[in-house]
Design a protein around this ligand. Structure first.
Ligand SMILES: C[S@@+](CC[C@H](N)C(=O)[O-])C[C@H]1O[C@@H](n2cnc3c(N)ncnc32)[C@H](O)[C@@H]1O
Length: 278
């Protein structure tokens, strides 16, 4: 994800609701980091919907988008990005540069059978569906079908809806069912996790059995708006502060997990790729 714009609920993560607070990187603390880095005040930052870049220069991020991403973005993804931009929770969407990254990665690893946890309106889902071969499959899980249906007509028009098996509901119980059935073990080439951060470690425990050896799990938002290294008194939004500890714990765990090779990339809000090796 994108910035998971959820407000934590004391009960279950399935009841987390997206909120419209600006992400951490639009707040004064983050701006002051940008000024310190360049010595100059930056121009208005983070205008792009779905802006997830941790780059200190907004102009440089804009340069990437305008030079390498937007000119090559498939028409359907552009349409979905523009439709999503009008949605009140639009900050949850995967950014265009990350969508491009996922699309290329899936082609590089010849992915065919994939899973996505956290769909929202489907930008990363569409980028995945476009990358897979005609008989490729995506098991797409989200607690909210309504948002998926915003993007669905565009996905259908792009001719890739037949690759998607959307299931509405919390991901964890379904993953448990799959783990109980050996036929799913080692069956996924790629799994993208972009949902409730407080469950990432629970997901990891299960996904490690479901991804094949040599397959890849991508965990999104592992740099959590840069908040992981924010000073204790930084004015963090409540949801950022709440999820920060879960992201820190995830990163610590992945760093020492001998079953995977990892690479944490500062694309979007940070994505950690885990290649299963045992
Ligand atoms: C950041 S958004 C996903 C963004 C999406 N990847 C995209 O490209 O736009 C996170 C999504 O996770 C979903 N979600 C939250 N908790 C969940 C859970 N327990 N199981 C499945 N989905 C969940 C939310 O409904 C939301 O749509």
């Amino acid at each position: 994800m994108t910035n998971s714009l959820y407000t934590p609920s004391p009960s279950t993560s399935a009841s987390l609701q997206p909120i419209n607070n600006p992400p951490f990187h639009t707040q004064p603390h983050h701006r002051s980091i940008a000024m310190a880095a360049t010595g100059e005040p930056q121009p208005a930052k983070h205008q792009e919907v779905g802006h997830k870049s941790l780059l200190q220069s907004d102009a440089l991020y804009q340069y990437i988008l305008e030079t390498s991403v937007y000119p090559r973005e498939p028409e359907s993804m552009k349409e979905l990005r523009e439709v999503t931009a009008k949605h009140p929770w639009n900050l949850m969407t995967t950014s265009a540069d990350e969508g491009q990254f996922l699309n290329l990665l899936l082609k590089l690893i010849n992915a065919k059978n994939t899973m996505e946890i956290g769909v929202y309106t489907g930008y990363s889902l569409l980028s995945t569906a476009l990358a897979l071969p005609e008989d490729g499959k995506i098991l797409a899980l989200d607690i909210n079908r309504e948002n998926y249906e915003i993007g669905l007509p565009i996905i259908e028009k792009a001719g890739v809806a037949h690759k998607i098996d959307f299931r509405e509901g919390p991901a964890l119980p379904l993953l448990d069912q799959m783990v109980d059935d050996v036929k799913f073990h080692g069956s996924f080439d790629f799994i993208f996790v972009d949902a409730d951060k407080d469950n990432y470690l629970n997901y990891h425990k299960r996904l490690i059995d479901l991804v094949k050896i040599g397959g890849v799990i991508g965990y999104d938002n592992t740099l959590w708006n840069g908040s992981l290294v924010a000073p204790a008194d930084a004015p963090l939004r409540k949801y950022v502060r709440y999820y920060r500890d879960f992201v820190l714990e995830l990163n610590k765990t992945l760093a020492v997990d001998p079953r995977v090779e990892i690479c944490q990339l500062p694309v979007g809000d940070g994505i950690t790729l885990c290649r299963r090796i045992s």
